[in-house]
Design a protein around this ligand. Structure first.
Ligand code: C5P
Length: 322
């Protein structure tokens, strides 16, 4: 499905309001992965409304592609499942990424961003964050702005807590609200199955439900689990399965009780671990190897407890120009 840009005034200033930059390329395409959180330890709400996290991200091989093409104004189009649920105006995180980069470099953000979506929309797999990171890398290459890695990471952090990880990929511990990253060593490949649910879940709503469920309790400061980091380092899927955790899972299940049946179906099919991906509603299943992942995927498809099923490996690199 292709959607035209939303009605309304263009997000860009008049084309001659600021100088145009250019790398000489007509278009740049960037591929960017989804993420799963193998540990999502959530602290109490901070005065700014965010929660301190110990967030262990793994980039997984489900990808969106963002193409930036020279244009007079900033406009966005998108293709793929559920793109009718993403905004195509200046509120789209990818448009905001282009706008922030252009503003820092004093140029007009003239660009057509096309998002080819494959990451589930509002699924707890950082699809919107991925598009923002990809748009940033694509515009930097298209406009020849030559932003440093540090500057790109700064803009990413301004855009959202998960956006810096979409840029770097691999495996990382996110602290603060998730934006302060430390790369983590990993050994080997982990095999995953993802069950895509009907409809999305709002991340703020899931955090609000977390607050409601934990009201009056003393929430400890979030910390990465040493056993989990060791399992990642050695590439031991069984050890990783024994240590995965997601503090947002009770909140996601409270808002979407039907996810319990999906988790159960994956477990019954032989998944080593079953968990909600981030704030959900996508559920993630860790398998022992590729064959086991395919078996779990088949069983989940037949279970009737989810809309679609995807198999993917991790870790994979972050946003990259194709
Ligand atoms: O950073 P991002 O815009 O992705 O966050 C979306 C929402 O998720 C925030 O507005 C906040 O409600 C919630 N959130 C949080 N603590 C975090 C990250 C996100 O409460 N560490």
């Amino acid at each position: 499905m292709t959607r035209p840009p939303a009605d309304g005034p263009p997000a860009a200033p008049a084309p001659d309001a600021a100088p145009r930059a250019g790398s000489g390329r007509a278009a740049v395409t960037v591929r960017v992965p989804a993420k799963v959180n193998v540990q999502l330890a959530v602290g109490g709400a901070r005065p700014d409304g965010f929660h301190d996290l110990a967030n262990v991200f793994l980039a997984v091989g489900l990808y969106d592609e963002v193409t930036a093409a020279a244009d007079d104004t900033l406009r966005i189009t998108a293709t793929g499942p559920d793109v009718d649920r993403i905004p195509l105006d200046r509120t789209n995180l990818a448009a905001r990424a282009a706008g922030l980069l252009a503003a820092r470099h004093g140029i007009a953000p003239g660009v057509h961003l096309h998002i080819a979506k494959d990451i589930p929309v509002a699924g707890g797999m950082a699809g919107g964050s991925a598009d923002a990171a990809a748009a940033l890398v694509a515009c930097d290459a298209l406009w020849g702005t030559g932003a440093t890695r540090e500057e790109l990471l700064e803009i990413c952090a301004e855009l959202g807590s998960d956006v810096p990880f979409s840029l770097v990929g691999g495996a990382a511990l996110g602290q603060g609200r998730g934006e302060l990253l430390t790369a983590l060593p990993t050994g080997g490949t982990f095999h995953w199955v993802f069950a895509v649910a009907d409809g999305g879940l709002s991340t703020p709503a899931v955090y609000r439900e977390f607050d409601r469920l934990n009201e009056g309790t003393d929430i400890p400061a979030p910390q990465a689990a040493p056993g989990l980091l060791e399992a990642l380092r050695t590439g031991d899927a069984a050890a990783l399965a024994a240590t995965v955790s997601n503090d947002l899972q009770p909140a996601a299940l409270s808002l979407r009780p039907s996810l319990a049946a999906t988790l159960e179906a994956g477990g019954a099919a032989g998944a080593l671990a079953s968990l909600v991906s981030g704030s959900g509603p996508t559920t993630a299943f860790l398998a022992a190897d590729r064959q086991a992942a395919e078996d779990v995927a088949r069983a989940l498809s037949a279970s009737g407890t989810c809309r679609s099923v995807r198999v993917a490996v991790s870790p994979v690199p972050g946003a990259r120009v194709l």
